[in-house]
Design a protein around this ligand. Structure first.
Ligand code: HEM
Length: 447
């Protein structure tokens, strides 16, 4: 069999279905064609093969830098208007490897742990702004927390006009790009027409220009007044040198900072929003978490929180049931590859379908149920559970996101009593290039 079977509807229809209702699209393809299927949702409607079987994912993700597969940055073109041409997400080969080496250290290990108290303080700060007895939008609050964390950790910006402008503009930029109409602008370059500040693309471009100016101002100020005492990610990147002793150019710095800001902020906010929903939808989950936090007597030590088993299980289950990144980035075959009974020609584009990998009944009994205990009962392989992808493009911010999730959840549960504002059901919907919960509100009980 050359390519696995897939929907026969016109490609434009498949693309629109994928953009507007990605979960319904993946469900209908999976129900009809099974484990792997081919859909016309690639660049210029080209075919993309979806795989969710752990054995297939293992073959792809352990060979995505070999004679079998490649992971070219050009396939991530929809991100370019947001992140720029130098973003690690759009780079390939040696340039991609070099950039990952520079970006990894500031979001790992000791460096990452040094942001622990900052994350707890920001959580307290944002949640204290919510008024007792009044309902609030959970997404907005989680976005505010993750935006402040990333602005302070990445840029080392705290207060001041530039910080406030960046917070406001980045939020506006992401909100603009969150609805399906705007997402179409990312998938269809011919729709990117600037008809002035009131047109969708025109508005986006103007906000982006303002953001770029603020970032360039910050870079210029740091270059003219270097401060060796700073330990934020921007400072580390500005002083980093690659193996050839080269520093990042201003254009590279802008694109990488934007990547860390956008990739790191939106995804973590979504994961936190889901987590708060599940924790408060199921009182037993909340009770179990409070039981685990209780012996700490309110003294929240980030390194202790990071290792709490049930908290870890809740975060894992949140990212399993509705993964924020529904798919891995695309990989492409370099030679003929035999996979799952198919013979893939060189140049075939494939993706790991994280959503279906996490919903396999043989791996996760009752996959529709939110059941954190499954992560205490069993260890899953990196090809059965992969909310952060794998291989040479595995998420750079994985450790940082897990750390932040655990700290924010502990900070909220230890200091605030929340409840869902109503019993309306929350469903997964597309948000920009990722997926998250439909809007819902919570109530902060009066102290
Ligand atoms: C819950 C939060 C997050 C989720 C679910 C998530 C998920 C993902 C996924 C699925 C990929 C694609 C991996 C692949 O194709 O194999 C990815 C890549 C990436 N993520 Fe994340 N991510 C999260 C948070 C973050 C954070 C906090 C940062 C930065 C601070 C970040 C930066 C990146 C970057 C730069 C890449 C591209 C890596 C490359 O192209 O080599 N992510 N992420």
């Amino acid at each position: 069999m050359p390519l696995p079977d897939g929907p026969k509807s016109p490609k434009i229809w498949q693309m629109l279905h994928w953009i507007t209702m990605p979960f319904s699209f993946m469900r209908s393809c999976h129900n009809r064609y099974g484990d792997c299927f081919t859909a016309g949702i690639g660049h210029k409607f080209s075919p993309v093969v979806f795989f969710s079987n752990p054995q297939a994912l293992q073959v792809i993700l352990t060979n995505d830098d070999s004679e079998l597969f490649d992971s070219p940055g050009e396939l991530n073109a929809p991100f370019e208007p947001l992140l720029g041409t130098q973003s690690v997400i759009g780079l390939s080969g040696d340039r991609h490897r070099r950039m990952r080496q520079l970006l990894m250290p500031p979001v790992h290990g000791e460096r990452m742990r040094s942001y622990g108290q900052l994350i707890l303080n920001i959580t307290e700060e944002v949640m204290s702004e919510r008024l007792g007895g009044k309902t609030f939008s959970v997404r907005q609050s989680m976005q505010r927390i993750s935006m402040r964390v990333i602005l302070r950790a990445v840029f080392g910006l705290n207060k001041g006009t530039r910080y406030q402008c960046l917070e406001r503009l980045l939020g506006a930029m992401l909100d603009r790009m969150s609805n399906p109409l705007s997402v179409s602008l990312l998938y269809f370059p011919m729709l990117r027409q600037d008809f002035g500040p009131l047109s969708p693309w025109g508005r986006f471009v103007r906000i982006r220009q303002q953001v770029d100016q603020l970032i360039h101002d910050e870079i210029a100020e740091r270059r003219s007044h270097p401060d060796a005492a700073r330990n934020d990610i921007m400072t580390l990147l500005m002083s980093a040198r690659d193996e050839a002793g080269e520093a990042l150019t201003d254009a590279e710095l802008r694109d990488e900072l934007m990547t860390l800001l956008l990739a790191g902020h939106e995804t973590t906010a979504t994961a936190l929003t889901w987590a708060l929903y599940w924790i408060h939808k199921f009182p037993t989950v909340r009770k179990q978490l409070l039981k685990e936090l209780q012996p700490l007597n309110g003294s929240l030590d980030p390194s202790v929180l990071f290792r709490l088993p049930y908290l870890n299980a809740v975060c894992c289950e949140t990212l399993r049931i509705y993964p924020v990144g529904m798919l891995t980035f695309s990989r492409v075959t370099k030679s003929r590859v035999e996979l799952m009974g198919c013979s893939l020609e060189p140049g075939t584009v494939v993706v790991g379908c994280i959503y279906w990998a996490h919903r396999r009944k043989d791996v996760y009994p009752d996959p529709e149920e939110f059941r954190p205990e499954r992560f205490l009962e069993r260890r899953y392989s990196p090809f059965e559970y992969l909310p952060f992808g794998g291989g040479i493009r595995r998420c750079i911010g994985m450790a940082f996101a897990q750390f932040e999730m655990k700290l924010v959840i502990s900070g909220i549960l230890s200091n605030f009593e929340l409840a869902l504002a109503d019993s309306r059901s929350v469903r997964p919907v597309r948000r920009g290039l990722t997926a998250g919960p439909s809007p819902f509100r919570m109530l902060q009980k009066e102290a």
